[in-house]
Design a protein around this ligand. Structure first.
Ligand SMILES: [Zn+2]
Length: 415
């Protein structure tokens, strides 16, 4: 049997159980064997190789929504007079001009992925329309990532083309739909069935802006004009005779709302819709930094938690965020939801993400049986924490700790 390694730290934050002062994590064969007080584990594993990490040991963070292919894109933040559609127009314009070359796009994506790993991300879900870059890039780090090819099409003509493309996709390419405002019900339904068959999560931008609700409710709002100016409005989003008070209701009417649906954003959803998502066991990912950047509102996190949901956190892309930093996203959540405890916010960034991506068997907490990807965080502020409460407060509101490194399975890779 291979040797046990024991990592000691001033604080161990398992996430699944209370913070341990002067704690330790025992690992063997890349998996966590035990988590507890240092003294206890030292006597339990007297032969173990011991390493004193100092600072804090916590599970790697999970970025449950990113678009690496947009890492070189900088779209100005919309002003008050501009709509969500104006931001999409600016993004499409930049894409269509070809101003950002393919090599530059790939380089920026690669740099961003490496940056994510150095910042303590162990697992991420990358969504992209063009470059399946992340699996290849991820091999250069010990990060675990999944790429989903994102497809969309708003009208009958586009639907025909996209359905033909889906037919020709090999099963090795995992695919998902963009959003209810850009993708016909027909395309979403086929992609959802395909995701169910292939056993991967179906990630969808849901209820990001109020205009999306208005489009599905009565065919109005900024998306109507946006689609008309592209000759792509044929009323496909409207379902005559069906009552569609909200985006989740619309998706439920299509039979898409179940445990394999990952709803990203969920800003403009009603209490009833939150209840429905919880009842169906859906997964949720919030992108607070992106929502703030685009001025679309704040997701009803308290209601979600009340319903027993633990949303994941995503950074979204550089096109709609100032930086892709999960530590900053936690801080924004703390600011937007002062009543939510720091422990809950940290659980979202770790366990919530792992659950959302269907990887909680391996990631999300420091507990027996999980992969030994231990994140070691150190900073003067963390050093000064007097108790567990203060420590969690600093971890979730202090931004990225000055020193981060990977211990255990991911080796002693210093950030
Ligand atoms: Zn997104």
């Amino acid at each position: 049997m291979s040797a046990v390694s024991l990592f000691l730290a001033s604080w161990v934050v398992p996430v699944s159980s209370p913070v341990i002062a002067d704690g330790a994590v025992a690992i063997r064969d890349g998996r966590i064997l035990a988590v507890g007080e240092a003294l206890t584990l030292k006597s339990q594993f007297p032969e173990a190789r011991v390493e004193n990490c100092q600072g804090v040991l916590l599970p790697g963070l999970v970025n449950a929504h990113i678009h690496l292919e947009l890492s070189a894109y900088r779209i100005p933040q919309p002003t008050g007079a501009q709509s969500f559609c104006d931001w999409i127009r600016a993004l499409l314009k930049l894409r269509q001009t070809g101003e950002i070359s393919v090599p530059e796009t790939v380089r920026a994506a690669r740099q961003m992925l490496e940056q994510q790993y150095r910042a303590g991300i162990v697992l991420l879900l990358d969504i992209g329309n063009t470059i399946p870059a992340s699996p290849a890039i991820a091999q250069t780090t010990a990060m675990h990532s999944t790429f989903l090819l994102e497809l969309l099409g708003p009208d009958a003509r586009a639907e025909e083309q996209v359905l033909a493309r889906i037919d020709s996709l090999p099963d090795s390419v995992l695919a998902t739909a963009h959003a209810p405002y850009s993708t016909t019900a027909g395309i979403m339904t086929v992609l959802k069935k395909r995701a169910d068959r292939l056993g991967h999560i179906f990630s969808l931008h849901v209820a990001e802006s109020v205009d999306e609700v208005v489009l599905l409710r009565n065919g109005q709002g900024c998306f109507r004009g946006f689609l008309e100016e592209r000759g792509a409005w044929d009323g496909r989003f409207l379902r005559p005779g069906k009552n569609t008070p909200g985006v989740v209701d619309y998706l439920a009417g299509l039979g898409l709302v179940d445990a394999n649906l990952l709803c990203v954003h969920c800003v403009q959803i009603s209490e009833e819709e939150v209840r429905l998502l919880a009842a169906r066991g859906c997964r949720i990912c919030l992108c607070p930094g992106s929502n703030r950047f685009l001025g679309v509102g704040v997701a009803p996190l308290e209601r979600m938690l009340d319903q027993g949901l633990l949303p994941a956190i995503g950074t979204d892309s550089m096109a709609s965020n100032k930086s892709l930093d999960l530590w900053r996203e936690m801080r924004i959540l703390r600011e937007d939801h002062p009543g939510v405890s720091p422990a809950r916010i940290l659980a979202m960034a770790t366990l919530g993400g792992a659950q959302a991506l269907g990887r909680a068997r391996d990631f999300g907490t420091l507990s027996s049986g999980k992969m030994a990807s231990l994140l070691n965080a150190r900073s003067p502020a963390l050093q000064g924490a007097g108790d567990a409460e203060q420590l969690l407060d600093i971890l979730t509101s202090g931004g990225q700790p000055e020193k981060l490194r990977w211990m255990g399975e991911n080796g002693n890779i210093t950030a």
